[in-house]
Design a binder for this molecule. Structure first.
Ligand code: SF4
Length: 456
């Protein structure tokens, strides 16, 4: 792994990017839709890279089809390969939807994928047997995996949602959270007796039980019928403080179907979860159940018990922007100063979002950097002297060099088991994160002491 960044005039090399590629995010979103196959219009190498990252995090098989372009198609266009690939996928998988994401190559050569899909459907003649073909433009050189994720979610909504008489349910657009988070969100809505369509929902498709026979398409995902009904919901809740001004699924539902869209931060920690539940109560008219209130009470008790281990510590937080904002809010409320909030994303909203989420909770404003790689994060970290890192596995070498703990959160976690089972959201997620942070700091103190502590 290279360890230097070279800056010469306007050209800047990237060293260990703090982001993943846009069609990878689209593939994850498509995986959360019922009976769907993600399809990359590009080279085999892109699809292989994405499968590798996804499998190493989720420990589940994932089929990502590809049009497998080579040099010849790069010159003459990838249309014939795309059509052949689609025909193969339809014959083998019998999907109900194929999500077709472009790659850097096909965006650069200028393949018109929506037109190619129309040509394909026309050539098939009777389209009654055809799956829905949903294209999404995901050039990775202008976006991160989160741009790809949101673009694919929006594309599915654009293809399926239908306006109609309001049914009183809520659309929840949670962004890229873990399967454990998705299950917890489902549970919260069930306990609040509120109908919800979570979109996308890969809780089962990317974290399912072991089966005797491998299904080509795993069960689960947001039902297509529910996505059609998303156009007649009472409201949409879209999670992410950096989504302001972005062309998202929630925005589209508001524009096309008149569904009010409320944007909130990811509910990580007490403050952000309180806001989430207050809005849910307002929309549904249902009170927060006693069991959830008890969870909050136990969390407050844990904060009181453990504050002496965490208070005043300094953290570097990195990763996808909305997760960074949520984690910064959580760390600030437990007394850990987020000294640097960094992301490879470039929404233009990160500084404002961090400031809003941590207002009144921190003694000094965190340094916030968008569009950075791990070379720059390490340069900044050297001056800020953090006690811990909070982010995904790509920060491991930095944590090792600085000899500080790394709290693994988000995606990708490829050097530990259970990335898909990390719970970040709600009071229960905050409880798990708090214990992990406090115990990591206690362990660091024991390990760094010449005598060690058997009793703290
Ligand atoms: S960044 Fe571009 S070239 Fe690389 S894997 Fe992603 S789509 Fe393919």
């Amino acid at each position: 792994m290279a360890t230097m960044a070279v800056k010469t005039g306007a050209a800047v090399s990237t060293t260990n990017a703090c982001k993943l590629c846009a069609p990878l995010g689209a593939a994850l979103a498509f995986r959360g839709i019922e009976a769907t196959v993600p399809f990359l219009h590009g080279s085999q190498g892109c699809a292989t890279y994405m499968r590798r990252y996804i499998i190493s995090h989720f420990n589940e098989p994932i089929d990502i089809a590809s049009s497998a372009l080579g040099e010849k198609q790069a010159v003459f266009g990838g249309g014939p390969n795309l059509m052949q690939g689609l025909a193969n996928v339809i014959r083998k998988y019998r999907p109900r939807l194929i999500g077709v994401a472009t790659t850097c190559l096909t965006e650069t050569i200028g393949d018109d994928v929506p037109r190619l899909l129309k040509d394909f459907a026309r050539e098939q003649g009777d389209d009654s047997e055809l799956p829905l073909l949903v294209p999404v433009s995901t050039p990775s050189y202008v976006g991160t995996h989160m741009e790809g994720f949101h673009a694919a979610t929006r594309a599915v909504v654009a293809a399926l949602a239908e306006p109609g008489p309001r049914h009183g349910g809520v659309n929840l657009l949670p962004g890229l959270v873990s399967p454990a988070d998705l299950r917890h969100l489902t549970e919260i809505f069930r306990e609040m007796e509120t109908k919800v369509t979570i979109l996308p929902d890969f809780a089962a498709t990317l974290d399912g039980p072991a089966l005797a026979h491998y299904p080509l398409i795993p069960a689960g995902g947001t039902p297509l019928a529910a996505i059609r009904r998303s156009g007649s919901a009472a409201a949409s809740l879209e999670l992410g403080r950096t989504l302001a001004g972005k062309d998202t699924a929630g925005g589209l539902l508001q524009q096309a179907c008149g569904i009010p869209c409320l944007r909130l931060g990811l509910p990580i920690g007490i403050h952000e979860t309180d806001r989430f539940l207050a809005e849910l109560t307002r929309i549904s008219g249902r009170p927060v159940p006693a069991r959830i209130k008890e969870e909050r009470g136990r969390l407050v008790d844990a904060y009181v018990d453990g504050h002496k281990y965490v208070f005043g510590k300094r953290a570097v937080v990195y990763g996808e922007e909305d997760l960074v904002v949520g984690l910064a809010a959580f760390l600030a409320e437990i007394g850990v100063q987020p000294v640097l909030c960094a992301s490879g994303g470039t929404s233009g909203q990160l500084a404002q979002a961090v400031a809003a989420a941590t207002a009144d909770l921190t003694r000094e404003a965190p340094v916030v950097r968008e569009g950075v790689d791990f070379f720059e994060i390490e340069e900044l970290a050297a001056a800020l002297e953090p006690d811990l890192l909070v982010g995904h596995s790509k920060g491991y070498s930095l944590a090792r060099r600085r000899r500080i703990p790394l709290i693994r959160v988000g995606f990708p976690i490829h050097d530990r088991l259970g990335g898909q089972r990390i719970l970040h959201l709600g009071y229960r997620g905050a409880q798990a994160l708090f214990d992990t942070v406090a115990n990591a700091l206690i362990a660091a103190k024991q390990d760094g002491s010449p005598v060690g502590y058997s009793y703290m």
